[in-house]
Write a protein that binds this ligand. Structure first.
Ligand SMILES: Nc1nc2c(ncn2[C@@H]2O[C@H](COP(=O)(O)OP(=O)(O)O)[C@@H](O)[C@H]2O)c(=O)[nH]1
Ligand SMILES: [Mg+2]
Ligand SMILES: [Zn+2]
Length: 307
């Protein structure tokens, strides 16, 4: 009998997984045949696993996958598995946009946040490149998110504004960095953790655009504990197959009103006595966020009829 070591899956390609055991060593391990056949749990980056080394060959195998405490997963009704796990055991999603270059599209930000909420994950919003705009401008563009209860960080890798606070908010946690390409995700991670050496100006996302390619998330261990994932995984909310009725709770500022609508199955679009729309009219809920809600609701309706 060999001893089993506990480790975290950092990345995987072609059946070989990189597993970081608690001693800090990274082992290349393959999945034990018996586990491979048990399709109930497909291994994902971020999974905590047991690995064992064969004393004769020195080869490592993954012998057990521990229960996940959270996951970022897409529903895939067309595949037999029902969902694809982008990363397991995620503590928070860090959604990065730029104050300028590229211009921030808050509709797209809303989509990223909905994906995180649908997975019951906490999100932070990072507004990077604040060196490119006058101070008040970025704060005004992103005021709705602070009002909705999200932590919003204003950062610049050029002036190092906001980097210490962002760094501290990652300590000991597993965080997924997501957002459009070119906003400075890799630059931010390098500026906070120089050892990571991520490539700047690379459109890493583009290789993952094809429908059947796997999402190549990679977890990077942080020097003081925790992980960051520089993720290509969150893009089109359409691929996440949310149900229309679940969308309201994915807008945290809607939640206090959801039980007050006249109809229990209120879509918050047209029904009389809708507490959400009343809150929009009174200014308690931002009209722009509500507009995102109604667009997403329409997208979901179209999607449904397609499958
Ligand atoms: N002005 C300015 N440019 C930045 C900042 N952060 C990153 N950049 C630039 O934005 C470009 C894209 O950065 P990158 O980190 O590759 O973005 P990613 O695609 O989100 O990982 C690079 O040319 C960076 O030098 C910033 O805070 N201010
Ligand atoms: Mg990058
Ligand atoms: Zn309503």
């Amino acid at each position: 009998m060999t001893d089993a070591f506990v480790g975290d899956v950092l990345s995987g390609t072609g059946g070989v997984w990189h597993v970081r055991t608690k001693d800090g060593q990274v082992r290349e391990a393959s999945l034990r045949g018996r586990l491979k056949k048990a399709t109930v749990t497909k291994i994902a980056v971020g999974d905590e696993v047991d690995v064992e080394q064969d004393p004769a060959s020195g080869a490592w195998t993954i012998s057990a996958i521990h229960e996940r405490k959270s996951k970022l997963a897409r529903r895939e009704p067309s595949s037999g598995y029902g969902e694809r796990v982008v990363a397991a055991n995620v503590d928070q999603v860090v959604v990065v946009f730029a104050a300028a270059k590229p211009e921030p599209h808050t509709r797209m930000l809303d989509r990223f946040l909905v994906i995180a909420e649908a997975n019951e994950l906490v999100s932070r919003v990072v507004v990077n490149k604040v060196d490119l705009v006058p101070g008040a401008e970025a704060a005004q563009t992103f005021a709705d998110y602070e009002k909705a209860g999200y932590a919003v960080h204003y950062t610049s890798t050029k002036t190092r504004a906001g980097l210490d606070e962002l760094h501290d908010s990652l300590a000991g946690l597993s965080s997924i960095f997501s957002g459009p390409s070119g906003v400075g995700k890799s630059s931010l991670l390098n500026a906070m953790f120089p050892g990571l050496n991520l490539r700047i100006g690379e459109i890493s996302e583009s290789v993952n655009k094809g429908r059947h390619t796997t999402v190549g998330a990679v977890m990077h261990p942080l020097p003081d504990g925790g992980y960051v994932v520089d993720s290509p995984g969150l893009r089109e909310v359409g691929m996440w197959h949310l149900a229309g009725g679940e969308l309201g709770v994915c807008f945290p500022e809607f939640r206090p009103y959801l039980d007050d609508c006249r109809f229990g199955d209120c879509s918050h679009l047209v029904e009389p006595g809708c507490a959400v729309r009343e809150a929009v009219e009174s200014g308690a809920i931002s009209a722009a966020r509500y507009d995102s809600y109604s667009r997403l609701r329409a997208d979901i309706a179209t999607q449904k009829s397609e499958w």
